[in-house]
Write a protein that binds this ligand. Structure first.
Ligand SMILES: [Zn+2]
Length: 42
């Protein structure tokens, strides 16, 4: 039953290609850019 959880836990964290910060899964629509870098100078 834990195989699916283990799978996601073992996935590498996405990292922003601009600032290098870790990206939450919600940001995958931006590619590899975090919220701050996708919306600069807010
Ligand atoms: Zn960033």
């Amino acid at each position: 039953m834990t195989s699916v959880i283990e799978f996601f836990r073992n996935l590498p964290k996405k990292v922003c290609k601009v600032c290098g910060e870790q990206i939450d899964e919600k940001a995958d629509c931006y590619g590899n850019i975090c919220d701050e870098c996708d919306h600069p100078a807010r």
